[in-house]
Design a protein around this ligand. Structure first.
Ligand SMILES: Nc1ccn([C@H]2C[C@H](O)[C@@H](COP(=O)(O)O)O2)c(=O)n1
Ligand SMILES: [Zn+2]
Length: 161
Protein backbone atom coordinates (compact mmCIF):
# COMPACT_ATOMS: atom_id res chain seq x y z
CA UNK A 1 0.00 0.00 0.00
CA UNK A 2 1.44 3.35 -1.06
CA UNK A 3 2.03 6.16 1.44
CA UNK A 4 1.18 8.70 -1.20
CA UNK A 5 -0.88 11.71 -0.02
CA UNK A 6 -4.53 11.36 -0.98
CA UNK A 7 -5.75 14.93 -0.63
CA UNK A 8 -3.58 16.63 -3.23
CA UNK A 9 -5.33 19.13 -5.51
CA UNK A 10 -6.50 18.15 -9.00
CA UNK A 11 -5.06 19.61 -12.21
CA UNK A 12 -8.23 21.68 -12.62
CA UNK A 13 -8.00 23.04 -9.07
CA UNK A 14 -4.32 23.78 -9.60
CA UNK A 15 -4.70 25.67 -12.89
CA UNK A 16 -7.90 27.50 -11.92
CA UNK A 17 -6.17 28.32 -8.62
CA UNK A 18 -3.32 29.91 -10.58
CA UNK A 19 -5.85 31.87 -12.66
CA UNK A 20 -7.59 33.07 -9.46
CA UNK A 21 -4.22 34.09 -8.00
CA UNK A 22 -3.40 36.02 -11.20
CA UNK A 23 -6.77 37.82 -10.96
CA UNK A 24 -5.73 39.14 -7.56
CA UNK A 25 -3.12 41.31 -9.33
CA UNK A 26 -5.85 43.22 -11.17
CA UNK A 27 -6.44 46.86 -10.15
CA UNK A 28 -9.97 46.87 -11.61
CA UNK A 29 -12.22 47.85 -8.68
CA UNK A 30 -15.25 45.99 -10.07
CA UNK A 31 -14.14 42.78 -11.79
CA UNK A 32 -10.81 41.04 -11.44
CA UNK A 33 -10.16 38.33 -14.04
CA UNK A 34 -7.28 35.87 -14.26
CA UNK A 35 -6.17 33.43 -16.95
CA UNK A 36 -3.73 30.56 -17.10
CA UNK A 37 -2.71 28.77 -20.32
CA UNK A 38 -1.63 25.16 -20.05
CA UNK A 39 0.00 22.75 -22.50
CA UNK A 40 -1.37 19.32 -23.37
CA UNK A 41 1.14 17.81 -20.95
CA UNK A 42 0.01 20.00 -18.03
CA UNK A 43 2.77 22.60 -18.12
CA UNK A 44 1.84 26.22 -17.40
CA UNK A 45 2.72 28.27 -20.47
CA UNK A 46 1.45 31.71 -19.58
CA UNK A 47 -0.75 33.77 -17.26
CA UNK A 48 -2.51 37.09 -17.37
CA UNK A 49 -4.97 39.38 -15.64
CA UNK A 50 -7.02 42.39 -16.74
CA UNK A 51 -5.26 45.72 -16.70
CA UNK A 52 -3.95 48.60 -18.74
CA UNK A 53 -1.22 48.13 -21.35
CA UNK A 54 2.42 48.68 -20.41
CA UNK A 55 3.26 52.35 -19.95
CA UNK A 56 -0.37 53.28 -19.20
CA UNK A 57 -0.31 53.99 -15.48
CA UNK A 58 -2.85 52.31 -13.20
CA UNK A 59 -2.94 55.58 -11.28
CA UNK A 60 -3.49 57.89 -14.24
CA UNK A 61 -5.94 55.99 -16.46
CA UNK A 62 -9.60 55.77 -15.40
CA UNK A 63 -11.21 52.77 -13.70
CA UNK A 64 -14.77 53.99 -14.16
CA UNK A 65 -17.31 51.68 -15.79
CA UNK A 66 -19.98 54.37 -16.10
CA UNK A 67 -18.05 57.39 -17.33
CA UNK A 68 -18.60 58.67 -20.84
CA UNK A 69 -16.05 58.91 -23.64
CA UNK A 70 -12.37 58.95 -22.83
CA UNK A 71 -12.97 58.42 -19.12
CA UNK A 72 -14.29 54.87 -19.48
CA UNK A 73 -12.03 51.98 -18.45
CA UNK A 74 -13.39 49.88 -21.33
CA UNK A 75 -11.33 51.86 -23.82
CA UNK A 76 -8.08 50.95 -22.10
CA UNK A 77 -8.24 47.57 -20.33
CA UNK A 78 -6.58 44.55 -21.86
CA UNK A 79 -8.50 41.45 -20.88
CA UNK A 80 -6.81 38.70 -18.89
CA UNK A 81 -7.11 36.14 -21.69
CA UNK A 82 -5.51 38.42 -24.27
CA UNK A 83 -2.77 39.33 -21.80
CA UNK A 84 -2.08 35.63 -21.20
CA UNK A 85 -1.86 35.00 -24.95
CA UNK A 86 0.36 38.04 -25.53
CA UNK A 87 2.55 37.27 -22.50
CA UNK A 88 3.52 33.91 -23.99
CA UNK A 89 7.03 34.09 -25.35
CA UNK A 90 7.50 30.44 -26.25
CA UNK A 91 5.98 30.32 -29.75
CA UNK A 92 2.92 28.26 -30.49
CA UNK A 93 -0.16 27.76 -28.28
CA UNK A 94 -1.68 25.15 -30.62
CA UNK A 95 -3.69 22.58 -28.65
CA UNK A 96 -3.37 24.44 -25.35
CA UNK A 97 -6.06 24.83 -22.68
CA UNK A 98 -7.10 28.19 -21.23
CA UNK A 99 -8.30 28.40 -17.63
CA UNK A 100 -10.10 31.66 -17.00
CA UNK A 101 -12.11 33.01 -14.07
CA UNK A 102 -14.72 34.72 -16.30
CA UNK A 103 -16.10 33.58 -19.66
CA UNK A 104 -14.23 35.34 -22.52
CA UNK A 105 -15.73 38.18 -24.56
CA UNK A 106 -15.99 38.07 -28.36
CA UNK A 107 -12.67 39.89 -28.89
CA UNK A 108 -10.79 37.46 -26.66
CA UNK A 109 -12.60 34.55 -28.36
CA UNK A 110 -11.11 35.66 -31.67
CA UNK A 111 -7.62 35.71 -30.16
CA UNK A 112 -8.18 32.33 -28.45
CA UNK A 113 -9.26 30.73 -31.72
CA UNK A 114 -6.49 32.27 -33.78
CA UNK A 115 -3.87 31.26 -31.20
CA UNK A 116 -4.91 27.61 -31.63
CA UNK A 117 -6.24 27.14 -28.10
CA UNK A 118 -8.58 24.14 -28.20
CA UNK A 119 -10.08 23.96 -24.73
CA UNK A 120 -11.51 26.54 -22.38
CA UNK A 121 -12.25 25.95 -18.70
CA UNK A 122 -14.14 28.88 -17.21
CA UNK A 123 -15.48 29.70 -13.77
CA UNK A 124 -17.93 32.63 -13.67
CA UNK A 125 -20.29 33.28 -16.58
CA UNK A 126 -21.86 36.35 -15.01
CA UNK A 127 -22.22 38.18 -18.33
CA UNK A 128 -23.79 35.21 -20.14
CA UNK A 129 -26.71 37.33 -21.40
CA UNK A 130 -24.53 39.99 -23.00
CA UNK A 131 -24.31 40.08 -26.79
CA UNK A 132 -20.51 39.93 -26.74
CA UNK A 133 -20.56 36.68 -24.75
CA UNK A 134 -23.23 35.14 -26.98
CA UNK A 135 -21.08 36.05 -30.01
CA UNK A 136 -18.04 34.62 -28.23
CA UNK A 137 -19.81 31.27 -27.65
CA UNK A 138 -20.98 31.18 -31.23
CA UNK A 139 -17.44 31.64 -32.57
CA UNK A 140 -15.82 29.26 -30.09
CA UNK A 141 -18.39 26.59 -30.99
CA UNK A 142 -17.83 27.08 -34.73
CA UNK A 143 -14.08 26.85 -34.23
CA UNK A 144 -14.37 23.61 -32.24
CA UNK A 145 -13.06 25.05 -28.98
CA UNK A 146 -14.35 22.91 -26.11
CA UNK A 147 -16.05 25.03 -23.41
CA UNK A 148 -16.08 23.44 -19.97
CA UNK A 149 -17.59 25.03 -16.85
CA UNK A 150 -15.21 24.67 -13.92
CA UNK A 151 -16.54 22.29 -11.26
CA UNK A 152 -15.86 24.02 -7.97
CA UNK A 153 -14.91 21.60 -5.24
CA UNK A 154 -15.77 21.78 -1.56
CA UNK A 155 -12.09 22.09 -0.75
CA UNK A 156 -10.89 25.45 0.57
CA UNK A 157 -7.41 26.24 -0.61
CA UNK A 158 -5.47 28.63 1.60
CA UNK A 159 -2.17 30.19 0.66
CA UNK A 160 -0.88 31.06 4.12
CA UNK A 161 1.55 28.32 5.15
N1 LIG B 1 -13.58 37.62 -19.94
C1 LIG B 1 -13.25 38.83 -19.49
C2 LIG B 1 -14.22 39.78 -19.27
C3 LIG B 1 -13.85 41.01 -18.77
N2 LIG B 1 -12.56 41.26 -18.50
C4 LIG B 1 -12.18 42.51 -17.87
C5 LIG B 1 -12.49 43.81 -18.52
C6 LIG B 1 -12.71 44.74 -17.35
O1 LIG B 1 -11.45 45.15 -16.81
C7 LIG B 1 -13.41 43.85 -16.37
C8 LIG B 1 -14.92 43.86 -16.51
O2 LIG B 1 -15.40 44.99 -15.84
P1 LIG B 1 -16.95 45.14 -15.45
O3 LIG B 1 -17.70 45.40 -16.71
O4 LIG B 1 -17.39 43.86 -14.78
O5 LIG B 1 -16.96 46.31 -14.51
O6 LIG B 1 -12.92 42.55 -16.64
C9 LIG B 1 -11.60 40.28 -18.71
O7 LIG B 1 -10.40 40.49 -18.42
N3 LIG B 1 -11.97 39.10 -19.22
ZN1 LIG C 1 -12.12 39.78 -23.61
Amino acid sequence: MSDKRKDYITWDEYFMGVAILASMRSKDPNTQVGACIVSQDNKILSMGYNGFPMGCSDDEYPWSRDAEGLDSKYLYTTHSELNAILNYRGGCLEGATLYVTLFPCNECAKAIIQAGIKKLVYDSDKYADQTNVLASKRMLKSAGVEMIPYQRSERKITLNV
